[in-house]
Design a protein around this ligand. Structure first.
Ligand SMILES: Cc1ncc(COP(=O)(O)O)c(C=O)c1O
Length: 381
């Protein structure tokens, strides 16, 4: 059997044609494909605005800056995420505080977050960055209630979750990154994610003010609006310190064709998830699915006691599973700045047992059956 990775991109002739067409067009960057991708993405998730960026890490960085995070200010996130969800706070000189995860959904626990917030004086924290881990949407309605009580902003790290949704208490469905409860949503277009641009990211928001700020920060803080002087048609002003975090037209062209296939991809991912669940029923714990939620299934995570044994065994069979994630507070950088001893037992228990099995739309039934057979063979000893 050839190598079966845990995730991979799915590139078709339509994607190739779109990229090639853009290569001979007038703009390779800062052209019409970027705006088209932004408009289509905003419409897809139901947000008012979308801002394309060079990757999700850049998007997270701009998000905390646009929300005016200052050095020394504190933000809560989950330890079970990719480091970028926390690093963005550090880029702005802020302090990261970790609350624990729920042991069944593996998402940032609202109870643990509330406990942490309420253990400190009002105003101690500025924001929360919950993550739609593996594609499972966070209950943002509950987080909004908590955030409003304590005057906090919310950045939804939806990097794993384009196409996922949760249902709120009024019965309305909200796509990940919709912007109705969170201030800002962030998506990644790294090739193992749903929408592959090579590198790429998208910021979504319903706020006109945040959109304007994010667009300015993405391009050096340069603008031609509200200028203090006007020297002629060429004149622009840099009114604040920004970055070059732009996505190219070539990447956007790919993003547009990839986005058009996302629903089909998520349906296939859910079929794969159902087949795993059926095969592991009563034998292996997997991420739970709260009622009313639709998991976009970037990953399919199971928990097993002898995780290292299973990982090595699968690897020997050319099945390249992966671990998502080493808790961020246990990474040497965070340990050195004093986080290593935080009491986050659910996260640490989860880490000792979690393993992500292959999950991507082009995984064939035969390949998945091979994965299932090998997992069960190992588990049954
Ligand atoms: C949850 C999460 N947040 C942020 C990122 C950063 O994304 P990017 O690689 O596009 O910067 C990733 C990427 O792996 C991620 O999984």
């Amino acid at each position: 059997m050839k190598v079966i990775p845990y995730g991979r991109q799915h590139i078709g002739q339509d994607d190739i044609d779109a990229v090639v067409k853009t290569l001979t067009a007038d703009f390779l960057t800062q052209g019409p494909k970027v705006k088209e991708f932004e408009d289509k993405f905003a419409a897809y998730v139901g947000a008012k605005y979308a801002i394309a960026v060079s990757n999700a890490t850049a998007g997270l960085h701009l998000a905390v800056l646009a929300l005016d995070l200052k050095p020394g200010e504190r933000v809560i996130t989950t330890p079970i995420t990719f480091a970028a969800s926390a690093n963005c706070v550090r880029y702005a000189g802020g302090e990261v505080w970790f609350a624990d995860i729920d042991p069944d959904s593996y998402l940032l626990s609202i109870e643990s977050t509330r406990k942490l917030i309420e253990s400190k004086p009002q105003g101690f924290f500025k924001g929360i960055i919950p993550v739609d881990l593996a594609g499972l949407p966070v209950d943002l309605e509950a987080f909004r209630v908590l955030a409003n009580e304590h005057d906090l902003w919310i950045i939804e790290d939806a990097c794993h979750a384009p196409g996922g949704y949760f249902t709120d208490s009024k019965g309305s469905k909200h796509m990940c990154g919709h912007g109705n409860y969170a201030d800002i949503g962030i998506f990644s277009f790294h090739p193992v994610k749903h929408i592959a641009c090579g590198e790429g990211g998208m910021i979504t928001t319903n706020s006109k003010k945040l959109h304007k700020k994010l667009a300015s920060l993405r391009t050096h803080g340069i603008t031609k609006e509200n200028m203090s002087e006007d020297h002629g048609g060429w004149y622009y002003e840099m009114q604040e310190l920004g970055y070059n975090y732009r996505l190219t037209d070539i990447q956007s062209a790919l993003g547009i064709t990839q986005l058009a296939k996302n629903d089909a991809g998520v349906i296939r991912r859910n079929e794969i998830a159902e087949a795993y669940k059926k095969a592991f029923e009563g034998k292996i714990k997997h991420q739970s699915l709260p009622e009313g939620s639709y998991n976009a299934h970037h990953l399919f995570v199971i928990e097993v006691e002898d995780r290292k044994g299973l990982y090595d065994y699968l690897r020997a069979q050319n099945i390249f599973s992966q671990i998502h994630y080493i808790p961020v507070h246990k990474l040497p950088y965070y340990k050195e700045i004093g986080y290593g001893s935080a009491d986050l037992s659910n996260s640490e228990n989860y880490y000792s047992q979690c393993i992500s099995l292959p999950m991507y739309p082009s995984l064939s039934d035969v390949e998945q059956a091979f994965v299932i057979e090998k997992v069960l063979t190992y588990i049954n000893g």
